[in-house]
Design a protein around this ligand. Sequence first.
Ligand code: ADP
Ligand code: ASP
Ligand code: MG
Length: 594
Amino acid sequence: MSLVVQKFGGTSVADSEKILAAARKAVRAHQHGHQVVMVVSAMGKNTDTLISLAAEINEKPPAREMDMLLSTGEQVSVALMAMAIDSLGYKGVSLTGAQIGIKTDSSHTKARIHSISTDRMKALLDEGNIVIAAGFQGIDDQFNITTLGRGGSDTTAVALAAVLGADQCEIYTDVDGIYTTDPRVLPEACLVPRVCYDEMLELASLGAGVMHSRSIEFGKKFNVPIHVRSSLSDGPGSLIVDDADTAGMVVSGAALTRDEAMVSVMDVPDVPGTILKIFKPIADRKITVDMIVQNVSDDDTTSISFTVPRGEAAEAVSVIKDVVAELGGTLAPVNENVSKVSAVGLGMAHEAGVANRMFRVLADAGINLEIITTSEIKISVLVDRTNALDALRTIHGEFSLDKIEAQPNEVRPSETAKRDVSALDVIERLQVIGMEALTIDDIVLDNTQARITICKIPNRPGLAASLFEQIADKGVFVDMIVQSFNNEQIADITFTVKREQLQDAVAVAEEASKEYGCEKIDFRERISKLSVSGIGMRSHTGVAMGSFEALAEAGINVEMISTSEVRVNVVVDGDDGARGLECLQTRFAEELES
Ligand code: ADP
Ligand code: ASP
Ligand code: MG
């Protein structure tokens, strides 16, 4: 008998009418012969209400008690849902995370799932019950209640679908599916029929709040097709699957992280270990760092900028203040008025010129880019918050994301079949080491690239656009691009190209540097790019940290960094590549095996 997991978000269970409507959907699936597990969120804005209530009593409530409090929201919903199922004449049993046996680690309010027992759920399903599971919660090995982080019911749902071997996980929400960008922010956004796990992982972690990004990690790891659809209508929705074959689209979505902050650490020694010293304390607090950029040093010092969520900037700064002082550097005032705008698409990995199209339209719209980072399937720019919406709309239009046609959607038989063969033994293994434990697919060394830096370029709209247009005109394929921050007026732009195209690229850079009055250009023919790829690389801050640590211990200096959900890339000197690879392989030997 087939099994389906149906998750209902807060708005989809906001009142008794909606709870009954959700119950009817589950009953309908049950009538069609499916076993049904429902995962439900707290009603409406109940979680927000509980958070405000806590804040009225204690400005910094203990995390353990926060979890005790927040888990009650979902407990209300499951009980009411079971009553709704009963009122329709069917059998429903509600279960909390603890009752199911969702074991997590002990990091309260951000817990990760370790293992899930299926016995009780399976027995209840076999007796003809609809199982109603509380989303977002679990229990640690001391029986403390934990929660998975805001939006975590999606993760509960996909994780249950994985361990139960469900054919698919249906996510019922208050929009029709996954849109090219948040339709409440840009009304011209279009529904995307199919999107692949890697793209959705990026989009979710870059601000597309429709799915909790860790739920997509589960989807990818265990091959669970995820069907996102409206709880209010019967539209086709969107499928998140392994291979979305998005016919020729280079960019499949755009995302906005409105509340970012940029932290800049100036004049720290450009030696192995500096990066580790700065980021380790931040990672220890589980603060996710993005858009890490560093200047090429003039002397023996360098400056490093990075972004963190605005709400965590003060904490990030407070934990690195002493380290920065010890290193002899200074902290520039945090820029809290910035937003990150990103374009994501698998097609980018193969098609040249996506970055310069993006820079061009932003320049034409008069929008200045504070910093730029790219990875294989995404380009992110940091802009002043007042320009964020314009930037998003401009990028969205440039890549014709407002012109996607709706199509019917079904999980293809091949997609469920794939689950049967590969996913189940992975589950068995990961239930032992931790279902959300880091898994690394590959560590590779790329010795084919060269690096160019244009130092101290005036920071005004249009320079990056025209530089990369001229480079593209020469037929040079640019891989990594990083624009770092010197001060309000000045930036450095660093990029990598194939070694055999270095001369062409240098010629363009020299022209450009004369034209723009830049200080100098700096290039290195032999660089090594080391890439660690896997799932959820950015949320597992341990990968970047582990890499920095291993390289620092070997005395290898990190020159460039780019992170995405699927990969951490670091560029080191060409002479250090082979040794760097060995260090990383040793450091991650255990994660590679699993
Ligand atoms: P739920 O309570 O069902 O979990 P959420 O509020 O967490 O719902 O997620 C749905 C919301 O996500 C939508 O109302 C929409 O505003 C927002 N959203 C952000 N990005 C996107 C996107 N790319 N596609 C669809 N919705 C998005
Ligand atoms: N109720 C929790 C929240 O609001 C979990 C969820 O809805 O996914 O964040
Ligand atoms: Mg949600």
